[in-house]
Write a protein that binds this ligand. Structure first.
Ligand SMILES: CC(C)(COP(=O)(O)OP(=O)(O)OC[C@H]1O[C@@H](n2cnc3c(N)ncnc32)[C@H](O)[C@@H]1OP(=O)(O)O)[C@@H](O)C(=O)NCCC(=O)NCCS
Length: 172
């Protein structure tokens, strides 16, 4: 929001005669994935995790209502969360757009995913030193396995992320 305010101020300085762009604040909405979200969603996932993620297109075919959550600020995708399928209920990706962290967006997406899949255990893997562990703990996820080298093939040698992971489960 601060960045957008800066952009607006800059615009007004550069084009004082013109009508400033509309900056009315809007609530963040949590919606089901549709095809028009895909380019922005893939962009967030590629920047956050690794290039080449394209599994999200599959989510459109397999129960998107239960398996996908997209956080929107107006037309901007600010976060996304996915389950592998409504049957497996394994969280494949949870990511918030850079610059939009610490606004409880991940918490809200997780809440919606869990609510849309009542009576089902939810599982995931998380890198051993990822602060998101705190987020998952708060929802009652418990570690049930420590997997050495889980992210070996995905994280490059310069990454600060641990290649080891916890498998977490939230029992229902
Ligand atoms: C992890 C991530 C999804 C958190 O998104 P977010 O919208 O900023 O999270 P929230 O605002 O809902 O924060 C919830 C809690 O998570 C924890 N948390 C999240 N990010 C944290 C960080 N960088 N450092 C410390 N704690 C953090 C805190 O306990 C926080 O609670 P608080 O606000 O009361 O302190 C986001 O930082 C992200 O996209 N990270 C990269 C991808 C990733 O690691 N995904 C999860 C593994 S699959």
């Amino acid at each position: 929001m601060e960045l957008m305010e800066d952009v607006r101020t800059h615009y007004l300085l550069k084009f004082p005669e013109e009508q400033p762009p509309d900056l009315e604040p809007a609530p963040i909405s949590y919606v089901t994935l549709t095809a028009e979200h895909l380019p922005q969603v893939h962009d967030i996932l590629h920047r956050t995790f690794w290039a080449g993620i394209n599994v999200v297109s599959d989510s459109l075919q397999y129960g998107p209502q239960q398996a996908t959550i997209v956080a929107m600020y107006k037309h901007l995708v600010v976060g996304c969360a996915f389950l592998s399928s409504p049957q497996e209920t394994y969280i494949t990706y949870l990511a918030v757009r850079a610059g939009w962290e610490n606004a409880q967006i991940a918490t809200s997406m997780l809440y919606h995913l869990i609510s849309r899949n009542p009576n089902k255990d939810i599982t995931l893997h998380v890198s051993a030193n990822n602060p998101a562990m705190l987020l998952y703990n708060r929802f009652g996820f418990k570690a049930e396995e420590f997997v050495v080298g889980f992210y070996e093939d995905y994280l490059d040698s310069l990454s600060r992320g641990s290649k080891n992971a916890f498998r977490l489960r939230m029992r229902r």
